[in-house]
Design a protein around this ligand. Sequence first.
Ligand SMILES: *[C@@H]1O[C@H](CO)[C@@H](O)[C@H](O)[C@H]1NC(C)=O
Length: 151
Amino acid sequence: GDGKDAWIFDVDDTLLSTVPYYKKHGFGGEKLNSTSLEAWMKESKAPLKLFHEIKDGGFKIFLVSSRKETLRSSTVDNLIKVGYHGWKTLILRGLEDEFMEVQRYKSKARQNMINEGYHIWGIIGDQWSSFEGTPRAERTFKLPNSIYYLA
Ligand SMILES: *[C@@H]1O[C@H](CO)[C@@H](O)[C@H](O)[C@H]1NC(C)=O
């Protein structure tokens, strides 16, 4: 309650998840229909509601993604297009972080948050590399991703 309560979201297949879509379409067993996938992406209901509930609960939202810094404007555009807004910081990989393992890059981002006085209450992500290493969050929530794995 001191304005330093923080919550971290991963971006790809966390905030911009496709899992609920594939669940209704045989988990990839049906031939991809990009018209209906894109229509679903514009709705993107489930994670959107959770994001706003956590934000409205008084947490500062940090988006920590392993996307490169050069993708900042398209990432922001995509997030806004599907209805996310009001996050505190979007952390992307700069040149100096590009050759760092994802896990080490994300740990460093958390250490910077701690150094700025934030308490990290939770992390939601689809990759173990979003949670592993120190400092840790109070709670972590691993989402499934049956398609890819990032070390
Ligand atoms: C793809 O999805 C759209 C929108 O739901 C639908 O109108 C169209 O018939 C689908 N196409 C195929 C080949 O199933």
